[in-house]
Design a protein around this ligand. Structure first.
Ligand SMILES: Cc1ncc(COP(=O)(O)O)c(C=O)c1O
Length: 390
């Protein structure tokens, strides 16, 4: 780090780290922000004689600055950026070969489930799904072919918590890779690599970008061999983000801590407002003391975030639709993690790709409503929900 050369990355406090991660003054001009290197190729002096940059699918200075930041914010050695969150997940699964097995959580983002079942199963990768709220549920599914454990925590949309350290211990014992989708928590709240995970995946589209203007994904990790394999997949398969998007994410990361602090504060106020509302049924938020894995959330997270799901006591679709279409500040949209608040219907939107019977079996009711609480004024958000719920 240019501005703080005496500080090691792990020694820096979060706010300092997020502001300075990956960014050094541009060597050609001193520009404090990494320029957008909008180029597809680089001029070479002679074949193979170049400045380390040959072709922009393999190397781009804006992307490299971001990848350095993605490593630093997760306290890892390496970061890799992809053109979307699912492209990052896709790269991890491409480490495997036919016959290899993956154990995955039974409650996760619908697009991850779709990628596993609709794309990779036909290439002979075997996926087994399990409730990861108890780490010991994983052990009976492990075979000699198990190569990867995939978990999301908190999960999308039921806010279930996986004990990362406990799962990592099982994975290590059996020499299995553990990848944690850290999208909901962000490195502000949780650092899976420090809890023993091998790879941290993000839908950067969400909190890291933070402003609902970029689609991007990332992997952060420590092991150089694994990084080399994933870099090979990144450049061979080509799902790289463009430099303008990398620039926007570099900028987004600088305010992650301030935004997350407000997401957490607003999230807590809204979670308690919903819980006390006469027309609201179950509220899913890991900050509640009676959340089934609250103690684990408290142990591995620094706060509980701004993602909340809830059901109405009247769980008819008419009542649910009324709420979904009546909010004025909460915009009805897929995605999450931006500064503006969003309301979503997982069963018909983000999780529609999971068959209904699977969703219901895993606790995702048709009537579930998911909120991404933004950083607007909490009173305005509460008033909006009040008028929509009635
Ligand atoms: C938890 C989680 N993981 C992964 C993804 C996929 O990311 P992207 O939409 O950036 O491809 C999403 C998207 O909603 C998500 O919520």
């Amino acid at each position: 780090m240019l501005t703080l050369p005496h500080l090691k990355k792990n020694a820096m406090k979060l706010a300092t780290k997020f502001i300075h991660a990956g960014v050094e003054p541009d060597p050609s001009t001193g520009a404090i922000m990494t320029p957008v290197y909008q180029t597809s190729t680089y001029v070479q002096e002679a074949p193979g004689k170049n400045k380390g940059y040959e072709y922009a699918r393999s190397q781009n200075p804006t992307r490299f600055a971001l990848e350095k930041a993605l490593a630093e914010i997760e306290n890892g050695n390496y970061g890799l950026a992809f053109s979307s969150g699912v492209a990052a997940t896709d790269a991890v699964i491409k480490l495997l070969k036919p016959g290899d097995e993956v154990i995955a959580g039974n409650d996760m983002y619908g697009g991850t489930y779709r990628l596993f079942t609709k794309v990779f199963e036909k290439f002979g990768i075997v996926f087994k799904y399990v409730n990861m709220q108890q780490a010991e549920n994983i052990s009976p599914l492990i075979s000699n072919n198990t190569r990867l454990i995939w978990t999301e925590t908190p999960t999308n949309p039921l806010m279930n918590i996986t004990d990362i350290a406990a799962v990592a211990a099982i994975a290590k014992r059996h020499n299995i890779l553990l990848c944690v989708d850290n999208t909901f928590a962000t490195p502000y709240l949780q650092n899976p690599l420090e809890l023993g995970a091998d790879i941290v995946m993000h839908s950067v589209t969400k909190y890291l970008g933070g402003h609902s203007d970029v689609i991007q994904g990332s992997l952060s990790l420590n092991d150089q061999n694994l990084r080399d394999q994933l870099y090979f997949i990144q450049k061979s398969c080509g799902a790289v983000p463009g430099p303008q998007d990398c620039f926007l994410v570099l900028r987004g990361i600088k305010t992650l801590h301030v935004r997350m602090q407000r997401h957490c504060e607003n999230g807590e106020k809204i979670a308690y407002f919903l819980r006390e509302h006469a027309k609201v049924g179950k509220v899913y938020w890991p900050g509640f003391e009676d959340h089934p894995n609250h103690s684990i959330a408290k142990k591995q997270m620094r706060g509980f975030g701004g993602m909340i799901s809830f059901e109405l006591k009247d769980d008819s679709m008419d009542a649910v639709m009324k709420v979904l279409t009546s909010t004025k500040l909460f915009a009805l949209a897929e995605s999450l993690g931006g500064v503006e608040s969003l309301i979503n219907h997982p069963a018909s939107m983000t999780h529609a790709s999971i068959p209904r019977e699977e969703r219901i079996k895993n606790g995702l009711k048709d009537s579930l409503i998911r909120l991404s609480v933004g950083i607007e004024d909490a009173d305005d958000l509460i008033n909006d929900l009040k008028q929509a719920i009635g």
